[in-house]
Design a binder for this molecule. Structure first.
Ligand code: FAD
Length: 630
């Protein structure tokens, strides 16, 4: 026999980053009793680490900006593989979500005439990122948390209990979604500190668990990002989409080894930072792909002029989408033109006065001084690619954020489709707000549709047995060793540049690691036992890695965050083919099947020039375009 705490809610939101908080606020505003569950401390999520800003076409700095330009940029960035309905909703609704944050107390940086300031970022045609220095995510989380507290205060006034309608369960990890037949009925979790178990009884669950970076050695992601939401969805019978597309951010720290992978914000380049190789060459001019040739400066002089005159010059190629810059850095290092510690040089010191750098990039200045003893106001940084973001995730309905399993919703980085094969910087923070709100609303509407009927909670004993297994085994595998081997394998064989034989080898290793992971031991009992926590997380990382590798093997082309050395071209036929992963409830038999991309609505496709589309679309699709344009 075992004991569990039980809690009943209408909606359980797993994750307290931007997507989770926005979803929870919406569900509560729609009158639903809502739990927010998060693996680490409340307020510690990747969203807090986001530096650059939230992309929203408010047109404050350049009045030519509007949702259609933002939509086009997002689709281009994702190499037209995006779920276009999500990209449309995102571009249209992002400004309202940013203004809403302001109304809830966010203090964005201002333009001279007092509007919310917006900065340049890779792939965005106009200055578009609403920001707070380089600490935008922190302000976003502070504001959303403040909104949660305001709602709790309202509830106290009415019900005499702050937590009557919205309660936070921090340092609490969900290990299984519970079901009644096909539908969601709750979630099973444990308190990290005590190891005690909790059952959430709820007809609707919103996944907002963020990314998967901890499957790779070099990553900007912190310890929580083990792909839990991706795996929970898969095990509950939902599908994952686009899992082959992983964003390797071009600029992570490369030195010292203990901080390798920590992010160097794209704002450094947005604010004028240039990339140089060991020969002092601004090499990005050598890497402008054909599809972007007409949009980027071809000389240093033009690129430099753009910072002061954007109407008459094209942007510098340091601001190409992230996948392009990451591949270029990788090629320079491979060609022997890297920096002493295996990266390239990123220099903002020769472009901006020291005081301006400290004002615009305070966190970067602090980070390099403290961690690497480098003063970025006086010398260049050394940077290289780092696993940063997963474009793939739970396949959802664009309007409601509903997954295929009744009662399951997903928003933010754990969901898939919005960013296609490559996310533009700044589009994540706005994605969290737009689809977080929609997921909260979707979950609330679903609960209403049940008319008071509550699905039965089942599967608790199985979930408990699975969770305690590593504690009860004797003399098994060390989870840290299995994890380390997985990270090395994914980094080396399914990393930034992929080859058929290497990915196939990775899959064999993952298969063996899955076997070893079923035999991990975590001595030391249930009370704050990180080895046990990792043993549980391993199931998720292995499942997600299997999906990434299987999809990467199948996609025989290069596009966005998926580069195949043996298939270097982007193929129009592949744009129409989406890869969808599913698995059995025990995590065995991960299957990847193809699905045809739905044709873009006529009013959206005609926002593009035919000449541009001809670089991405098949002849058949171009014929559809011609018919729509008539
Ligand atoms: P997160 O903010 O990642 O939160 C996930 C939540 O889920 C956490 O609360 C976590 O504890 C919880 N969780 C996970 N698993 C479980 C579980 N099993 N049980 C319970 N809880 C769980 N994007 C931009 O648009 N602009 C930027 O400037 C930018 N800068 C970035 C800088 C860094 C260093 C990083 C790492 C990312 C950056 N990004 C940026 C990307 C962006 O921050 C993330 O994609 C985004 O914040 C993800 O938000 P989310 O709400 O989906 O999840």
């Amino acid at each position: 026999m075992f004991t569990v705490e039980r809690h009943e809610y209408d909606v359980v939101v797993i994750g307290a980053g931007g997507a989770g908080l926005r979803a929870a606020i919406e569900a509560r505003q729609q009158g639903k009793r809502t739990a927010i569950v998060c693996k680490s401390l409340f307020g510690k999520a990747h969203t807090v680490m986001a530096e650059g800003g939230a992309a929203a076409a408010m047109g404050n700095v350049n009045s030519d900006d509007n949702w259609m330009v933002h939509f086009r940029d997002t689709m281009r960035g994702g190499k037209f593989l995006n779920n276009w309905r999500m990209a449309e909703l995102h571009a249209k609704e992002a400004p309202d979500r940013v203004w809403e944050l302001e109304a809830w107390g966010a203090l964005f940086d201002r333009t001279k005439d007092g509007k919310i300031s917006q900065r340049n970022f890779g792939g965005h045609e106009y200055p578009r990122l609403a920001h707070v220095g380089d600490r935008t995510g922190l302000e976003m989380i502070r504001t959303l948390q403040q909104r949660v507290v305001a709602l709790q205060q309202e509830d106290f006034e009415v019900h005499g209990d702050y937590e009557a309608y919205i309660k936070v369960f921090a340092e609490c990890t969900v290990t299984r979604l519970l079901k009644d037949g096909d539908a969601i009925s709750g979630a099973f979790a444990y308190w990290r500190e005590t190891g005690k178990f909790i059952v959430f009884d709820a007809p609707a669950v919103v996944l907002a668990t963020g990314g998967i970076g901890k499957s790779f050695v070099v990553t900007s992601n912190s310890w929580e990002y083990t792909g839990d939401g991706h795996a929970l969805a898969l095990l509950a019978g939902a599908q994952l989409i686009n899992m082959e597309f992983i964003q390797f951010h071009p600029t992570g720290m490369v030195w010292p080894p203990s901080v390798r992978g920590i992010l160097v914000t794209e704002s450094v380049r947005g604010d004028g930072g240039v990339l140089r190789n060991s020969e002092g060459r601004r090499f990005m001019f050598d890497y402008i792909p054909d599809v972007f040739k007409d949009k980027y400066a071809t000389t240093e002089e033009e690129g430099d002029r753009w910072y002061t005159d954007q109407a008459n010059n094209r942007r510098p190629p340091e601001l190409l989408p992230r996948d392009e810059v990451a591949r270029a850095i990788n090629s320079e290092v491979k060609a022997g033109r890297g920096s002493p510690q295996g990266g390239v040089f990123l220099d903002v010191s020769s472009r901006l006065p020291a005081a301006e750098i400290i004002k615009r990039l305070p966190s970067m200045h602090h980070q390099f001084k403290e961690l690497a003893d480098v003063d970025i106001t006086a010398e260049p940084m050394q940077v290289g690619p780092t696993c940063h973001y997963v474009m793939g995730g739970v396949e959802v309905d664009a309007d409601t954020a509903a997954a295929s399993v009744p009662g399951l919703f997903a928003a933010g980085e754990v969901s898939g489709g919005m960013h296609g094969s490559n996310r533009l910087g700044g589009n994540s923070l706005s994605d969290l707000l737009v689809f977080g709100r929609r997921a909260g609303a979707g979950a609330a509407a679903y609960v209403d549709s049940l008319g008071g009927r509550r699905p039965q909670v089942t599967g608790v004993e199985e979930a408990h047995a699975e969770a305690v297994a590593p504690l009860e085994r004797q003399g098994g595998e060390n989870p840290y060793e299995v994890h380390h081997e997985l990270q090395r394998t994914m980094n080396d064989l399914v990393g930034i540049i992929r080859k058929e034989n290497e990915v196939a080898e990775a899959l064999q290793v993952v298969e063996k690691l899955k076997e070893r992971a079923t035999n991990t031991t975590a001595p030391g009992g249930k009370i704050y036992n990180p080895g046990w926590h990792l043993a549980i997380d391993l199931r998720n990382m292995l499942l997600v890695s299997e999906c990434v590798a299987k999809a990467a093997l199948l996609r025989q082309e290069s596009r966005g965050g998926h580069t195949r050395d043996d298939y270097p071209a982007m193929e129009p036929e592949w744009r129409r083919r989406l890869l969808v992963c599913s698995a059995k409830p025990d995590g065995s038999e991960v299957q990847v099947v193809e699905k045809t991309q739905v044709s873009m609505r006529a009013d959206l496709i005609t926002l593009f020039d035919r000449a541009e589309l001809s670089k991405y679309l098949t002849e058949e699709e171009l014929a559809e375009y011609d018919a729509a344009a008539k």
